[in-house]
Design a binder for this molecule. Sequence first.
Ligand SMILES: [Zn+2]
Length: 486
Amino acid sequence: MTRMICLVRLLVGLGGVLLWLASGLASAASVDNLRLWAAPDHARLVFDLSSPARANVFSLDNPRRLVIDLDDSQLNASVDRLDLEGSAISTLRTGVRDGDGLRVVLELEREVEPRHFSLAPNDQYGHRLVVDLEYPGESAVEDPIDPIEAMIREQEIAADRARSEAVAQGRNPADISAAEVLGSDKPHPKRDIIIAIDAGHGGEDPGAIGPGGTREKDVVLEMAKRLARLVNAAEGFRAVMIRDGDYYIGLRQRTRIAREQKADFFVSIHADAFNSPRPNGSSVYALSQRGATSETAQWLAASENEADLIGGVDGSLSLDDKDEVLRGVLLDLTMTATLNDSLTIGGQVLDQLGRVNRLHKSRVEQAGFMVLKSPDIPSLLVETGFISNPEEERRLRDGAYQQKVVQALFGGIRGHFQRNPPPASLLAWQRDGNRSPEGNEYRIQPGDTLSEIAARHGVPVAQLKQANELNGDVIRVGQVLRIPRS
Ligand SMILES: [Zn+2]
């Protein structure tokens, strides 16, 4: 049965290729527009084409260049206004090649690994050729996690897993303590709790668009940045931005970054849309293991997951996903624990959100969102409001309102981690009362000054400096100061 379906698929696929070849041969393609998206670890150049075109991409040295040849194509757009800022491309030139071909030459400031693929038309775009310039050795995030911190987190995860296994085998979870795995003789790591913040969509994929032209990708990035500032200002927490600018990241790549950065929690920020202006309010989603809890959830998951088709990820990944879901998610015991955490945190977040906005759904909904499929990181997707509702669109653009929303988000997240801090975290250490005998400690936050910290703790500046053997007034973010008892 499956084999027959495969055969049918193959034939349909072949038919598609033939059609594609035929249409490619029949008429010359015109390049109607060029777009460039600059990310920390790659740049993406997108060609909008009137019909598919065969491309040949190769590198040249001295000076370092990337050549993109399009057969039987002509340029029908101005490339002068293309903003190359933030990318490895210093200049872009175009020319005619072999009479009827188009040649695009990129002069490069660094080594790149090129990759290209074609995308078929969808709701938003026609035929596209995507050329990705990967930067070898660059991280997708601005400020990657410290290797020692990563190791501590690994040990913690191992401890957690050992405990889950013990419970599954009917043993007492207390038999395997975190201290045992972390090493009770070593100083407490006092690590930060890492919150991965994912601004939905980006780059090629604008997300939903409001009646006033507001793009989901822009407002969610603004909220993500606000949330990151809030998280970083809180002692014992650190934010990792999954995307930090206007570029697209594949859905699976988003969870991969969160895992690489050893995130304790993942939140994906979105704005809802509907084909009528009426619906409004916020909703919070966790992953569903089986089918969506409501029709809306199912519909929404389908439309958010479609982002990869719009944002531009080679479509050949879907079967792989299914395997991963089966192996990594559905059959994994830890997933249940993770999902329970997601639902608990989701409840807290919803409770806080209900104080700043109407709730579209009064409980945490569950749906099969791709970005929520990390087996070991509690994850939520928050639809902050309906961008399709004119009143809510206006509020989503408003900085003061955005701030209220992210405060609600972090309120819920923080509340959970204060009650359930990971064993190696600063919060766990503080909860267990392991303060130094000489007094408290304080980790320096962005914008702090010595005199301010002294005033806040009711300690003279001189005494604070003496306790920390500071000569000048220079302090750095992240430095831990001992606060002497005055
Ligand atoms: Zn969205």
